[in-house]
Design a protein around this ligand. Sequence first.
Ligand code: FAD
Length: 460
Amino acid sequence: MSSDRRPEGAKKRQRSVRPEPADLKSAPAAADLQSVYDAAVLGAGASGLAASYSYLRRCIEGRGERSGPGKKLLIIDSNGAPGKKLSVTGNGRCNLLPESFDAKNYFGDAAAYPRLLSPGRLEQCVRVFEHELGVPLVAEDGRLYPLSNRAESVVTALYSAVRAMGAFFCLGSRVVGISKHGDDYELLTEGENGALSIKARSVIFAFGGRSYPEKGSDGSGFGLLGDLGVRVTPTYPSLTAVEVEKPIKAMDGVRAKAAVSAYVSGEKVCGFSGEVQFTSYGLSGVCVMQLSRYITRSVTEGRSVTVKVCLLPGDCAEKARNILFSENLPDVSVVDRLTGLVPKKTAVSFIKLAGIDPDARILSLPEGKKELLMKYMTGLEYLVKDLRGYDYAQITAGGVPVSEVDASTMELKRLGNCYICGEACNVDALCGGNNLFWAFSSGFAAGEAAYEARRGLHSS
Ligand SMILES: Cc1cc2nc3c(=O)[nH]c(=O)nc-3n(C[C@H](O)[C@H](O)[C@H](O)COP(=O)(O)OP(=O)(O)OC[C@H]3O[C@@H](n4cnc5c(N)ncnc54)[C@H](O)[C@@H]3O)c2cc1C
């Protein structure tokens, strides 16, 4: 612990911590602050719950009993309830895994974790949810969701399992300091339970990244790791919406199927298809969020980035051209003809943008204006101003590099009995259940390794 981080009165110990939350009938076991915990898990999100689950499950498998040496595990979270972010994933449906593993969807140090990011590991995770936690999964467009279609099934399954296996909880407490004393760690917290000092023989860092801080992951964990001498690579918001220089105000609220592509200094870096949402500040929608992953660094570095939106992808453009320039179709208004090709709100905005009288007849429209309309429909070009920041980003790119981590156990190399998992690592991915796969896979690995290390100590 760095002494400047110690909150006033941190040395004062309190006996119990407010039991939370109320969605399971009995209160969870509250922290006993006189104890030295075998393991403290910093973060009750996807990866922290997964790590706690695998740690306790191994304890029980290994000893065939519900309590015993090595089993005392405490989960700490600044939120008053576990899995706050997990419960809003996938629009509340939780796309918890991809249907199949594709390494191309991953970034950062992902390739350095071949054991944890592989088709075999994905099968293992599916088995854990379906056969150990009682959450059947269903596939939809290459993504796996709980059969219930509700994220709360995933949160409750993990939370109730770790509670049933005897986990202790310290919720509503933010970890503000950490230090190592001999073989043990001391964590200082502040929050609803006052200033606490918690001792643990091993620590699993599962504090997430910086995205969606309203759900608890505010990046403070990176500072704690820094205090322990762990290096962290720069972080960027990813899977987020794009702010553009001249948004077309009249298109605010339009949703349309489109192809989007991004260019950095004139060179194409990626392209995606899907629904695009035009907003008052720029562009959103899943395909725009996917695209944001490829430009986040360039935008942060101030390079020139443009995004092109094509509302008539593939052979649709040729069909549209034939219709727009046809002399054989009835001579209706320009807006009516365009509404046959794109949503009416879009048609009206394009006519305004092109300076065309909305009542003008299509057959009397000059060729130049028709070309202009074709250009808007096939290649609306926007200069990117910025990306919507961490408050809106689904994921944080960057974080703890694999050079600091043992890639199969998730142990932090510089520190004994200290593990890392989830979004805090320099691993991120495109939408589709890929990010939660990493959170669960790395969390399970960290929990297993932490248990094995404690078991080794107890049996030696
Ligand atoms: C809106 C949204 C939708 C998403 N949808 C999907 C999806 O459908 N599929 C998918 O794969 N991914 C999705 N993601 C990404 C996914 O949520 C993350 O990959 C995942 O939550 C990361 O898990 P984690 O455990 O590493 O971090 P988190 O889930 O963020 O958990 C970290 C926990 O640590 C706690 N914490 C942090 N610092 C401290 C501290 N100092 N003291 C105490 N506690 C602390 C936080 O309160 C938090 O509970 C989505 C993200 C968002 C924001």
